[in-house]
Write a protein that binds this ligand. Structure first.
Ligand code: EPU
Length: 351
């Protein structure tokens, strides 16, 4: 039987971060049954220590060891909790694998998560950075997030508004010391027939990918298939080469700066920003234009498939990756006057 929770001293985190950089934690707490979370967090060994929540380890860079305890949630149940025919609510526990949830929802005949196929990481991490791809952000599909509020010492349920989702941002990301996401509730749709699903096809090559596969009336599963193929082509697989997906957020700039840069560089991709009159630029394009794609400093490198992805060729340390990231950001700033910010959480150093 799996223990309800388990506390381990001096844990090695190398295999628990998708960059695969060496890191350790004084304590690792694994909780498999959410009803015991409060009791486990109250263990005398952990009192007063900083706590780092670890999901799939796909959105952080260890530039040092974890300062206190690391918490990993093993609870991973997936269930339909309300079914009104066309609208269906699904609840997923934080420890479930994100892509497994996407495929499970398609198996239930549900649509809404297909554009988010193959994103690495856990369900619990998804709302924290409001994962997004191919025109959909997970916050669009979430109705509520269940969390442990460390300030109040109790379980809470936050509706979508309280989650305050933004571009790769949320209330949980802004206050990581306070929240432990324990489960997520989604509202998904069940189309009457597979090809009647309301699909988002207008973004970054999905339409072209479906056309190339000869699909004329796509289902949600077809869209997931297209997304999987595009991601496999464009993004390095963390199981084969250490990485954390996009290392930088696409920068939000004023419309004036976007227009000035566009006049000088007509090929620069410019997207709508978070709110008018802001614009979002392509960080990958800026980095590529500075000549970084495929660059390498020791074992820390930039993917040759996508300029936004930093990779560990084998023995890079977190500090080496962070130094490379800083050098990239400095050259983009010097050439374009645009500040890049990392997307993953950096542990043990300031950006
Ligand atoms: N581009 C380059 N060089 C490259 C790669 C891309 O110049 O090496 C340019 C191209 O012009 C391309 C544009 O950048 O059209 C945008 O590239 P892409 O479609 O790959 O999207 P992205 O903006 O780089 C974002 C997300 C990805 C998500 C894709 C698809 C962020 C930080 N990243 O990348 O999310 O999969 O869109 O929707 O918003 C992640 O967050 O880890 C992630 C992989």
């Amino acid at each position: 039987m799996t223990a309800l929770y388990r506390l381990q001293r001096e844990a090695d985190l190398t295999k628990r971060n998708t960059f695969g950089v060496p890191a350790r934690a004084p304590w690792l707490l694994e909780v498999n049954d959410l009803s015991t979370l409060g009791e486990a967090l109250d263990l005398p060994q952990l009192r007063g220590l900083p706590l780092l929540m670890l999901g799939g380890g796909s959105n952080l860079l260890f530039a040092g060891d974890a300062p206190g305890a690391v918490l990993a949630l093993g609870a991973s149940a997936l269930a339909v909790v309300a079914d009104e025919g066309e609208r269906v609510r699904v609840r997923a526990e934080a420890g479930a694998n994100w892509h497994a949830l996407v495929m499970w929802s398609l198996d239930q005949g549900l649509c809404g998560l297909e554009n988010l196929a193959l994103i690495p990481g856990s369900v619990g991490a998804a709302p924290i950075q409001n994962i997004g791809a191919y025109g959909v952000e997970v916050g669009d599909r979430i109705v509520a997030v269940e969390a442990w509020d460390r300030q109040a010492g109790s379980r809470v349920r936050l509706d979508r508004e309280a989650c305050a989702f933004g571009y790769r941002d949320s209330a949980f990301k802004r206050d990581p010391e306070r929240w432990i996401v324990t489960a997520v509730e989604f509202e998904l749709l069940r189309p009457r027939t597979p090809t009647e699903a309301p699909l988002r096809l207008d973004y970054a090559g999905i339409g072209e990918e479906l056309a190339a596969a000869g699909v004329q009336a796509p289902s949600a599963r077809d869209v997931a298939g297209a997304v999987i193929r595009i991601r496999q082509r464009k993004l390095p697989d963390p199981a084969r080469i250490g990485n954390a997906g996009s290392f930088f957020k696409n920068p939000i700039v004023t419309v004036e700066l976007a227009e000035t840069l566009r006049a000088e560089h007509p090929r620069l991709p410019v997207f709508p920003g978070d709110a008018e009159p802001n614009r979002k630029l392509s960080a990958a394009w800026l980095i590529d234009a500075c000549g970084w794609k495929g660059a390498r400093r020791g074992d820390a490198g930039v993917s040759d498939a996508h300029a936004l992805v930093l990779v560990n060729h084998g023995a890079a340390s977190g500090t080496q990756l962070l130094e490379l990231a800083r050098a990239i950001a400095a050259s983009v700033h010097e050439r374009f006057g645009v500040a890049l910010e990392p997307e993953p959480r950096v542990i043990g150093a300031r950006w």
